[in-house]
Design a protein around this ligand. Structure first.
Ligand code: ZN
Length: 140
């Protein structure tokens, strides 16, 4: 699957069987899948969810959405604090199939997936402390 590096945006090809071995970016050498949210979309989401042994925390957003932009730093900080989970962002405008498949009706929508299945989701931007509480409860 193709993963865009969250640090330098270089496109990296990651094999499903190597997905959980902490792959590093071929261009900048930083860890691809921990510490910073990765961008996923129609072409990569299902594959990544199937391959990831870690829970996946997803922020469904769009560039025109003010609350989404307000929430972005909260999501980034959580990703930096929790390298044990995979944080991903899905641009709903660029991924209409996925938005329809998951019935995303308002943004931001936050969802936690484990073993490829959604375990919890919530609509609306959460303040940092509430987001942490919600994550802890969803991943308990
Ligand atoms: Zn890179």
């Amino acid at each position: 699957m193709i993963i865009s590096c969250p640090h330098c945006r270089a496109k990296n090809r990651v094999k499903a069987e190597r997905f959980n071995d902490e792959p590093a970016c071929g261009s900048c050498g930083k860890t691809l899948l921990a510490g910073k949210p990765v961008a996923l979309g129609d072409g990569s989401f299902d594959e990544v969810l199937a391959a990831s042994r870690r829970p996946v925390v997803v922020d469904f957003w769009a560039a025109w959405c003010g609350p989404c932009r307000g929430f972005a730093p909260v999501f980034e900080q959580a990703a930096a604090r929790h390298p044990e989970w995979l944080f991903a962002k899905v641009d709903t405008d660029a991924s209409p199939q996925l938005s329809q498949q998951l019935s995303i009706r308002s943004i931001p929508t936050l969802a936690v997936f484990r073993d490829g299945k959604v375990v919890d989701r919530v609509s609306g931007a959460l303040p940092a402390a509430q987001f942490e509480q919600w994550l802890a409860a969803a991943l308990r």
